[in-house]
Design a protein around this ligand. Structure first.
Ligand SMILES: [Zn+2]
Length: 307
């Protein structure tokens, strides 16, 4: 029999107790932090203005914050109108590049543009947004997004940091350029040398693809075996409620798995073409509140993470 002194025994027990306590505290901590719900809009074409008028009205009715990622060209074409719509403190205005050119290759959407064009895409929209809205523009969502975020894209990360962005939202596809984008948590670009730059991913479907609004038809978009088969509908959605039912799967799963945030990838032009009364937004916002998600913007999430 191995003899254990009382002191050793107490030390071990105390160690175990402290260990258990720390773990309990960690579990409680993560339980306490509710999942954020972030409504976000890639605002990128002339048809987005009419849509944004309706979208903003729904947000005000529900007192729902949102992040509008807007291209410089879209803002430049209607500065007064967008200022009147989006200057409300409920909203964050962030960059969706200057003119929607690709900052890195995307297997489905095309190759990256030149170094000079990348610089313009990254710097110019930020400057215009800050000039019009008179507040810092801290986030960049690149056109179309990528399945590997900006990992390994050192040139783009350097330009992004130099321009003064504090977060990017570039992880918008599932593995192997598939849909849906999985419910990934935020991370920092530490291994690429930018320890303070955050990636805040978007999730689910690019809703335009769910409705065939890009006229792509049937395409090789999903993975097999799928890491999230329940998030893949069997056909294009046909009604605002169909779309909401897809959204709900991602929102419920984010909450059940205690993710920091859930944010679906929406485009005003496409939402309006499919659902001009914005019924899907009402259903989605009501559900977010019902299941206890905390409405916020991407900038709010960044502030929490950077503390
Ligand atoms: Zn876009």
């Amino acid at each position: 029999m191995v003899r254990v002194s009382r002191r050793e025994f107490m030390g071990a027990a105390l160690g175990a107790a402290v260990f258990a306590h720390v773990h309990q505290a960690k579990a409680n901590d993560s339980e306490k932090k509710p999942t954020r719900y972030i409504a976000a809009y890639d605002t990128e074409s002339p048809a987005c203005l009419r849509a944004c008028r309706k979208i903003v009205a729904v947000h005000k009715k529900f007192e729902m914050p949102a992040t509008f990622f807007i291209t410089g060209k879209t803002l430049e074409a209607n500065t007064k109108e967008y200022k009147a719509l989006l200057a409300d403190p409920l909203f964050e205005v962030a960059s969706h590049t200057w003119s929607h050119k690709l900052l890195r290759d995307n297997a489905l959407c095309g190759p990256a543009v030149s170094a000079q064009e990348k610089r313009e895409e990254i710097f110019k929209a930020k400057e215009l947004i800050e000039q019009i809205f008179e507040r810092p523009c801290v986030g960049l969502r690149p056109a179309v997004g990528f399945d590997n975020a900006f990992r390994g894209a050192r040139d783009v990360l350097e330009l992004t940091w130099e321009a003064g962005f504090r977060y990017v939202s570039s992880l918008l596809w599932g593995p192997d350029c598939s849909m849906p984008a999985l419910i990934e948590a935020p991370f920092r670009y530490e291994t690429d040398g930018f320890a303070k730059l955050w990636e805040l991913p978007g999730h689910g479907w690019h809703e335009n693809l769910l409705k065939d609004n890009n006229r792509w038809g049937s395409r090789r978009l999903t993975l097999w075996p799928s890491p999230m088969p329940e998030g893949i509908p069997t056909k294009f959605v046909e009604t605002p409620r169909d779309e909401f039912e897809v959204n709900r799967i991602f929102m419920d799963k984010a909450r059940e798995t205690n993710k920091p945030h859930i944010s679906l990838i929406w485009h005003p032009w496409s939402l309006h073409a499919f659902d001009p009364e914005m019924k899907m937004l009402e259903l989605t916002f009501a559900h977010a509140r019902k299941i206890g998600l905390v409405p916020s913007t991407y900038a709010d999430l960044y502030q929490q993470l950077a503390r």
